[in-house]
Ligand binder design. Structure first.
Ligand code: FPP
Ligand code: MG
Length: 356
């Protein structure tokens, strides 16, 4: 395997969002909305890099920007901007600043969690480049994650007490989700119930936070913010289920991550849980392969991925993915019919089909 190379084009132009952002795939039909989102994302990108690198030590500044510059779909900043669209227009200048700060805050928490996640998963690549732990070691990666998380907390404080509470609650869920993934199902708990609780906490929490703080920063009425947050909980599940399907199906050149990481660290994602519950010799072989926990050897991982692809589990996991996507779309019916609502609807499809 060839080693991924370091990012080469670090600086975003202030008038363009990053090329791999979801906005390109979303293509909102309303041209004025598309313009506002393009503008907002480009500004959030510039600010994100400035805030991350705002530290006296040049090396720490470079390390802090590394993963941010390497890539990312910017799903969470996009959600912040879309939620803010439900406020009264046009936004006063200080309110749009608050919305940008909210977008930066949520993305910083996300990037911080990726630093820690790559340490925990032993992941060698992220966004198509060496992961932070692969590049500088676990200790540096953990400190960088802590630094970005602390910076996000400062931004939340600037946004006020309500946002601090929301941010604290979501971060607590994020960590609880990771811990529950480690501890596994409680005695008598079904592995599927456990799995859905884990992904709601580790992924949907932050996606829902993005919508909540975007709405809060733009003074969106509380019932609308609640409806947006409810949509985010479903969208978050769709996102993680689709990520889990990509783990054993995707070409690393496309996903920018190692394939089979979940198998390597012994995380039983939905397709794995469903495949293990099947009958027949292939399911029995998969059980034998996975019963020892993490699958350290590459040959074993390749075989497990083959067994997963040839089982009915992938199709069944996709059915569940589509059913959560339908729930996310239904949650939008409680929202006022503004162009951002149609964009949130289209976004479900983009997230849902990224693993197909
Ligand atoms: C990716 O999961 C990781 C998360 C969704 C959350 C990670 C959270 C922590 C490590 C807790 C620490 C949190 C903070 C805020 C510092 P994945 O491994 O399923 O996805 P991947 O395929 O992108 O690695
Ligand atoms: Mg991971």
């Amino acid at each position: 395997m060839t080693a991924p190379t370091a990012p080469t084009a670090p600086t975003a132009l202030a008038d363009e969002p990053r090329p791999d952002s979801l906005l390109a795939r979303l293509a909102p039909p309303d041209p004025a909305l598309a313009d506002r989102l393009r503008h907002g994302l480009a500004h959030a990108e510039t600010r994100l890099r400035e805030v991350a690198a705002d530290v006296p030590d040049a090396r720490v500044a470079e390390w802090s920007r590394y993963l941010i510059e390497a890539g990312g779909k910017r799903l969470r900043p996009l959600l912040v901007l879309l939620a803010a669209e439900f406020g009264a227009a046009p936004p006063p200048a200080d309110r749009s600043d608050r919305v940008l700060d909210a977008a930066v805050m949520v993305e910083l928490i996300h990037v911080a969690s990726l630093h820690h996640d790559d340490v925990m998963d032993g992941a060698r690549s992220r966004h198509g480049v060496p992961s932070a732990p692969a590049r500088w070691g676990n200790r540096t990666a953990v400190h960088l994650g802590n630094r970005l998380l602390s910076r996000a907390a400062r931004l939340a404080a600037d946004l006020g007490g309500e946002v601090v509470g929301l941010q604290g609650g979501a971060t607590e869920r994020l960590v609880r989700g990771q811990l529950r993934e480690l501890t596994g199902p409680a005695a008598g708990e079904s592995p599927l119930t456990h799995h859905f609780a884990v992904i709601a906490d580790k992924t949907a929490s932050l996606i829902s936070l993005a919508l909540r703080v975007g709405g809060t920063a733009a003074d969106v009425p509380a019932p609308v913010v609640r409806a947006l947050a409810g949509y985010g909980e479903y969208l978050g599940i769709v996102f993680q289920l689709s990520d889990d399907l990509l783990d054993f199906a995707a070409d690393p050149a496309e996903s920018g991550k190692d394939t089979g990481t979940d198998l390597a660290v012994g995380v039983r994602t939905l397709p794995v849980l469903l495949a293990l519950s099947e009958d027949g010799p292939r399911a029995a072989e998969l059980r034998r392969l996975l019963e020892g926990g993490p699958l350290a050897d590459e040959g074993g991982r390749r075989r497990a991925a083959e067994l997963l692809r040839s089982s009915t589990a992938e199709a069944r996991a996709r059915e569940l993915l589509h059913s959560y996507a339908a729930d996310a779309r239904d949650a939008l019916s409680a929202l006022p019919d503004v162009p951002a609502r149609a964009a949130l609807d289209a976004l479900v499809g983009v997230v849902e089909h990224r693993s197909s």
